[in-house]
Design a protein around this ligand. Sequence first.
Ligand SMILES: Cc1ncc(C[n+]2csc(CCOP(=O)(O)OP(=O)(O)O)c2C)c(N)n1
Length: 215
Amino acid sequence: MSSMNRITDARDQLCIDTIRTLAMDAVQAANSGHPGTPMALAPVAYWLWNRYLRFDPNDPIWPNRDRFVLSVGHASMLLYALLHLSGVQAVNRQDERLGHPAVTLDDIKRFRQIDSQCPGHPEYRWTSGVETTTGPLGQGVATSVGMAIAQRWIAAYFNRPGFELFAYHVYALYGDGCMMEGVSGEAASLAGHLKLSNLCWIYDNNHITIEGHTD
Ligand SMILES: Cc1ncc(C[n+]2csc(CCOP(=O)(O)OP(=O)(O)O)c2C)c(N)n1
């Protein structure tokens, strides 16, 4: 994780700042939504997606892809900016390729509008590349535990020596609000009990929520 704290070159910084400006412009245009969290988490998400997450933007339903869960669903612009900038392609609900990006700049301009590809909170099977619906705090981290259990199960069932078909990891980004929900504590307990080393939770310990300081 130490390399996540290092900004190594100007292009990395430009990418991070572009995520931030997309988020602030979209929220400003919609006149609603959360700009601060995507701006704060842009470096973490950039490094995670750029250096650690194994996925193919051209094949968003590759079965062995790493799964990313934005448990802070109110920071949805972070995810839409990542999908846009990494060029993730769209598929429909039958998983057929549509031949266009999942999130275009025009989609981002329609953030939080009726029928937009970029609704206020990420919706599974509405925007390609969104792995699970989030928004109710705590739900994403709990779902991520289920996803990690599922990986363990299909790996045990399908993998053979020399043919490791399923070896993916599940990453979840969560905050104070997620931790305030009981479901996250129960999910964490289960993850520990099952020793789910394929699961990585990244905690945005920023000491602040909508109501003020976490103290
Ligand atoms: C279960 C639930 N209760 C309330 C909300 C409304 N809500 C959205 S964001 C937020 C605060 C989240 O705080 P934190 O996780 O610290 O995120 P940050 O303030 O850092 O963006 C709340 C209460 C929600 N999304 N889900």
